[in-house]
Design a protein around this ligand. Structure first.
Ligand code: XIL
Length: 337
């Protein structure tokens, strides 16, 4: 039958996956799925700062270059991920900040250099960059006011203005790349949805100041029980789009509960319906918002996902099972497309 990428192409929608360079090229089945089913690829880790500059001043672009080359060979677009984020920073940087050998003015210069080097290295080869990742406070975190997270590593050291500056630096290094703000739970949350409002209003102000930001990425990390409101998901994507922005679903997965005491019905029954349903609702929202340009799953198959290592008691959140067979969620997407 038709692949996800072919069906997406008919409606101008990129269908993507995060790619683990430990498998691409070396695992035949994995490589075939990436090539056959997806038109957009995101390096799951290979473009993160710790990966590209493990030693200060000494870059290793090889795995990321390999993915960019694979994408070119297979007619795929690349989502660059990610330039400014508090996680997966090189040890030399965090250690230097902690022991005072890197001052805040020096840190700013180091970040400027990083953004310029990395975006420059891939200039002309990246469709969308996740320029800034996860700097907003979570709605449910009562210790923090809504808005930019004042405890974020970058905001703490460099102040709120760093967000706009990083977008400006990225734009200088590759004027044609689409520059995204990327975060989780910034669309479609039931309850207060305050994080959506905070991001929406903040980005509106950046745009009014002429900051070069082109899009909002909602990561789309869901689970089969809590928090997701499909109508609101679409409405929130549309609200970002109404600011004149593109939008994308950038890291979709729907984790299911495994031997978890909080589970209300048996995992297998619940997951069998809820997981394809939630993937489908996210995709349909993207299809119904004209400015939604791509829909990306955060990994290829359940045997290689960040979920079990991060959210204990959960797993099996992707489109292919541990044996790389397509799951109901895969067929749900194919039916919608
Ligand atoms: C995760 C990767 O999937 C893991 O392999 C890695 O160990 C940690 O990072 N939000 C993001 C992604 O923006 O970069 C994260 O990826 C998942 C959460």
């Amino acid at each position: 039958g038709d692949s996800l990428r072919a069906l997406g192409a008919h409606q101008g929608l990129g269908i993507g996956t995060a790619v683990d360079m430990a498998h691409l090229g070396s695992d035949r089945n994995y490589t075939d799925i990436v090539a056959d089913q997806f038109s957009v690829v995101t390096p799951e880790n290979a473009m993160k700062w710790e990966a590209v500059e493990p030693t200060r001043g000494a870059h290793d672009w090889r795995p990321a270059d390999q993915l960019v080359q694979f994408a070119r060979q297979h007619g795929q677009s690349v989502r660059g991920h990610t330039l400014m984020w508090h996680n997966q920073l090189p040890a030399w940087l965090t250690t230097g900040v902690d022991n005072g050998t890197i001052s805040d003015p020096q840190l700013r210069e180091i970040l400027h250099r990083h953004v310029t080097d990395e975006v420059g290295h891939f200039r002309g080869q990246v469709w969308q960059w996740d320029v800034v990742n996860e700097v907003f406070a979570n709605s449910w975190d009562k210790a923090l006011p809504n808005g930019l997270n004042s405890e974020d590593f970058w905001i703490r050291h460099l102040g709120e203005g760093i967000v706009a500056d990083v977008f400006r630096w990225a734009h200088q290094a590759d004027p044609k790349a689409l520059l995204f703000y990327n975060d989780y739970n910034i669309a479609g949350q039931d309850g207060s949805n305050a994080k959506f409002t905070a991001v929406h209003d903040y980005v509106e102000r950046l745009l009014a100041q002429g900051v070069p930001i082109d899009g909002i990425g909602e990561q789309g990390h869901l689970d089969t029980q809590y928090g997701f409101d499909p109508q609101r998901f679409q409405a929130d994507l549309q609200s970002y789009a109404d600011l004149g922005l593109k939008v994308a679903v950038t890291e979709a997965d729907v984790r299911t509960f495994v031997n978890n005491a909080t589970e209300q019905v048996p995992t297998s029954q619940l997951a069998a319906f809820a997981q394809p349903y939630e993937f489908s609702e996210m995709l349909k929202a993207c299809q119904l918002v004209r400015q939604c340009v791509s829909f990306t799953a955060w990994g290829v198959y359940d045997g290689d996902s960040w979920i079990p290592g991060t959210f204990s008691g959960t797993g099996y959140g992707l489109l292919y099972d541990v044996d790389m067979r397509p799951k109901p969620a895969y067929f749900a997407l194919r039916k919608d497309l």
